[in-house]
Design a binder for this molecule. Structure first.
Ligand code: PMP
Length: 330
């Protein structure tokens, strides 16, 4: 019999699939690494087990303990998969602007969710960060993974995502493209691919327009899970060889094309990464192999950019059939 001991053992070894429709006019091979095949539906499943293993080893988390983390989505799900297996209580602190589908998912996994007001500064005692800090102090046996500072985030990508890409491309990958949120994915995977290829693989970052990683003025943006307004410890700025700054409109339009033309129902940060991948691939020869990481599933965004009214209400164009159909399609 061939079976996993627990669902947490099914994390990683996600497939590569070639993008063939949205890559019109590009000679290089563009391969998507589809992270929604992880059991919690995102790349964040990868970091949870390693963060919890390290906390147990360091005595920060003991049997019967509680995991407290400010997260509105994917990291919470990843942590939940491991916490359920090992009997930890979970308390996730969520800004109220994220109330809805993603938070309901956390509750469905049995987590306690504490909603905090979005419109207060970080130092306010009611803020997302302040409330999480207070809960860690008040709950006996509480541990906060703190994905923005925990070195086990990038380390898990160095140990899993990078080697998988190298193995599955037989060492032929020439470019790796990923969005930057905590920076764990690009820092860990990118560093591995640099190391294993002796610097041949070029690492390409994708950042929402308005975020800090790509420079330029800071302002709000609507793509979720990527971009920051500070430089977290989980990000190693020496890894990316180039970073593209992608407007929300392009990210959402590409995400919708991935669903309709490639059959890949993914989140907005996936579309953003593909826009950067196509920019990087534009002038590459046919021998180039570009791997772009798609972090999560699109089901959590059906009432957002997949919804035409939501798009129009937020000032975006809803692409007509001509715009979303590739050349030569019937
Ligand atoms: N996309 C989504 C949807 C995410 O949840 C995250 C994680 N914050 C990322 C991209 C970026 O990954 P990382 O934090 O490893 O940079």
């Amino acid at each position: 019999m061939r079976y996993a001991q627990s669902v947490a053992d099914l994390v990683g070894n996600t497939p590569l699939v070639q993008l063939t429709r949205v890559t019109d006019g590009i000679a290089a091979t563009v391969l998507a690494k589809v992270e929604y095949f992880n059991p919690g539906g995102s790349a964040k499943d990868r970091i949870a087990a390693r963060i919890i293993d390290a906390a147990e080893r360091d005595g920060l988390l003991r049997p019967g303990g509680t995991i407290v983390e400010p997260t509105s989505g994917n990291t919470g799900v990843g942590l939940a998969l491991v916490a359920i297996q090992r009997g930890y209580r979970m308390v996730f602190v969520v800004p109220d602007k994220f109330a809805g589908a993603k938070v309901d998912v956390l509750k469905a996994y049995g987590a306690e969710v504490v909603e905090t007001p979005t419109s207060v500064p970080p130092e306010d005692p009611r803020s997302y960060y302040s409330v999480a800090d207070r809960l860690v102090r008040e709950i006996p046996g509480a541990f906060m993974p703190n994905q923005f500072a925990n070195p086990n985030g990038p380390r898990s990508h160095y140990e899993t995502t990078g080697p998988e890409i190298w193995r599955d491309t037989d060492g032929r990958v020439t470019h790796f493209v990923a969005g930057i949120g905590t920076g764990g994915t690009i820092s860990g995977t990118g560093r591995y691919l640099h190391d294993v290829s002796d610097g041949v693989v070029r690492v390409v970052g994708a950042d929402p327009e308005g975020s800090i990683y790509s420079g330029g003025p800071l302002h709000g943006y609507l793509v979720e899970g990527v971009g920051e307004d500070f430089l977290p410890d989980s990000y190693d700025p020496s890894v990316p060889d180039e970073i593209h700054r992608i407007p929300d409109a392009e990210s959402f339009a590409m995400t919708r094309r991935l669903a309709r033309e490639e059959g890949l129902l993914v989140g907005g940060s996936s579309g953003m990464a593909v826009v950067a991948a196509l920019r990087a691939a534009r002038d590459l020869p046919a021998s180039a192999v570009v791997v772009v990481l798609l972090p999560d599933h699109g089901r959590g965004y059906l009432s957002r950019f997949y919804d035409d009214d939501w798009l129009r209400d937020h000032g975006f164009d809803v692409a007509g059939p001509e715009a979303s159909t590739h050349e030569g399609a019937p």
